[in-house]
Design a protein around this ligand. Structure first.
Ligand code: PLP
Length: 385
C-alpha cells in the first residue's frame, strides 16, 4: 500500500501512541477530579498545553483544546461574531477556504451577517490588496487560511494581518495544513486566532486546538462546565491532547529535514509525470507551496477515475478535500483560481508524508502515467463510437 493522501489524514506516529497509551489505561482520570488520578490527568493536559504553545510561539493560556480543526474554525468564527455583535456584522474571508470555514460563513450570512469573499489569482494566492478595499467600519473579522489543503499554496497571512491591524480588525487563520510543514511563530505572525488539528500531523483524530491571542473577545460555543477557562466546555480528551503534543514535537523536530526531503520527492513526482504526459497542469505550481502537496490536472480524464485506477494498484490519492469525496462538483478551490471546469474535474491531489519513500514515488509515477493514458484512450474510443 502506498499512501499519498496525508492532507486527508495521517497514520499515528509510534511515539504518539506510546505517549497516549497510559492515559487510555491506568491514568484514565478526569482532569476535573480533585484526587491524585484526576490531578495527574490535569497535569498531563497542561504539560501538553505548554509544549504546544512553545512549538507554536504562543503562551500556554492562549491554547484552547477542541475536537479538531472543524471545531476550532467554528469556535473562532462564531465565537468572535457573537462576542463582537454590537461592534459590527461584516466579515471577510477567501473563496478557497476549507468547508469548515466557508460553510460557517454561509451560516453566519443566513443569520444576517455580511460576508466578503476575497478572490485568488491564477496561482491560488489570495488577493491581499482586495482586503483593503473590502474593509468597512463594521468589519470585525478576517479569516484567511495559511496553507491551502488542495493545492498547498501558502497564503500572504502576514500582509493580511498588516492591513487588518491598521483598521483594528481581528484576523483568524486556519493553520491546519501548515502545522509541521511551515515554521510557525504565532506571536510574530500577529494573528489573533489560529486553528490546528492533530490528525494531519501523525496525531490522533478528534483533537485539535484554537490559538486565541490574549485579550481576543470570544464567546464559547458550548454551555457546560468551566473547562478550558470557560471557553470550551466538556471533559478534555486527555489521551488525545497528550498525543497531539507529542505529534507536534515529532513534526517540529524533523521539520527542516522533512521539508527538504518531501520537496525533492514532490518535484520528482511532478517531473516524471510531466515528462511523459501532455496536457498536464500543476495547479498552484508557480506559487510558494508547502513541500508535501501536489495538485495536478490531467485534461480529458475524470479525477475520480484516476483515483479508482490507482486504488487497484494499491496507491491511495484523492481528488481534493476528503470532505468533498463523492461530490460531483469540481473543486471550489480550483474554480476560484480560474482553472477550466473540465481541467478541475481531472485534478488529483498527491500529499506526501513522513513515511513516503523514494520507492513510493518511483512506483507511483509510472502507474499514474499508465492510468491516464488508459483513461484517455478509453474516452477517445467512446467519442469515436
Ligand atoms: N481546515 C483545513 C484546512 C483542513 O484541511 C481540515 C481537514 O481536512 C480541517 C480544517 C478540518 O479539520 P478536522 O478534520 O480536524 O475537523
Amino acid at each position: 500500500m502506498i499512501y499519498l493522501d496525508h492532507n486527508a489524514t495521517t497514520p499515528l506516529h509510534p511515539r504518539v501512541l506510546d505517549a497516549m497509551l497510559p492515559y487510555l489505561r491506568e491514568r484514565f482520570g478526569n482532569p476535573s477530579s480533585p484526587y491524585r488520578l484526576g490531578r495527574e490527568a490535569y497535569a498531563a493536559v497542561n504539560r501538553a498545553r505548554r509544549r504546544i504553545a512553545e512549538f507554536l510561539g504562543a503562551m500556554p493560556d492562549e491554547i484552547v483544546f477542541t475536537s479538531g480543526g472543524t471545531e476550532a474554525d467554528n469556535l473562532a468564527l462564531r465565537g468572535v461574531t457573537r462576542a463582537l455583535f454590537k461592534s459590527g456584522n461584516h466579515l471577510v474571508t477567501s473563496t478557497i477556504e476549507h468547508h469548515a470555514v466557508l460553510k460557517t460563513f454561509g451560516d453566519l450570512e443566513a443569520l444576517g451577517h455580511r460576508v466578503t469573499y476575497l478572490p485568488v489569482d491564477p496561482h491560488g494566492i489570495v488577493d491581499a490588496a482586495a482586503l483593503r478595499d473590502s474593509l468597512a467600519p463594521e468589519t470585525i473579522l478576517v479569516s484567511v487560511m495559511l496553507a491551502n489543503n488542495e493545492t498547498g499554496v501558502i497564503q500572504p497571512v502576514d500582509e493580511i494581518v498588516a492591513i487588518a491591524r491598521e483598521r483594528g480588525v481581528l484576523v483568524h487563520t486556519d493553520a491546519v495544513q501548515a502545522a509541521g510543514k511551515l515554521s510557525l511563530r504565532l506571536h510574530a505572525l500577529g494573528v489573533d486566532l489560529a486553528s490546528f488539528s492533530a490528525h494531519k500531523i501523525c496525531g490522533p483524530k478528534g483533537v485539535g486546538a484554537l490559538y486565541v491571542r490574549r485579550g481576543t473577545p470570544l464567546a464559547p460555543l458550548f454551555t457546560g462546565g468551566s473547562h478550558e477557562d470557560g471557553t470550551r466546555a466538556g471533559t478534555e480528551n486527555v489521551a488525545g491532547i497528550v498525543g497531539f503534543a507529542e505529534a507536534l514535537a515529532v513534526a517540529c523536530e524533523a521539520q527542516d529535514e522533512q521539508i527538504a526531503r518531501l520537496g525533492r520527492l514532490r518535484d520528482t513526482l511532478e517531473g516524471e509525470i510531466r515528462a511523459r504526459l501532455d496536457d498536464v497542469i500543476v495547479n498552484g505550481g508557480q506559487a510558494p507551496r508547502v513541500a508535501n502537496t501536489s495538485n495536478i490536472s490531467f485534461k480529458g480524464v475524470e479525477g475520480e477515475s484516476i483515483v479508482l485506477q490507482l486504488d487497484l494498484a494499491g496507491i491511495f490519492v484523492s481528488t481534493g478535500s476528503a470532505c468533498t469525496t463523492g461530490d460531483p462538483e469540481p473543486s471550489h478551490v480550483l474554480l476560484g483560481m480560474g482553472v477550466d471546469p473540465l481541467a478541475a474535474k481531472g485534478a488529483i491531489r498527491f500529499s506526501l508524508g513522513p513515511t513516503t519513500t523514494n520507492e513510493d514515488v518511483a512506483f507511483t509515477a509510472p502507474r499514474v502515467v499508465d492510468a491516464v493514458r488508459r483513461l484517455r484512450a478509453l474516452s477517445s474510443l467512446g467519442e469515436r463510437l
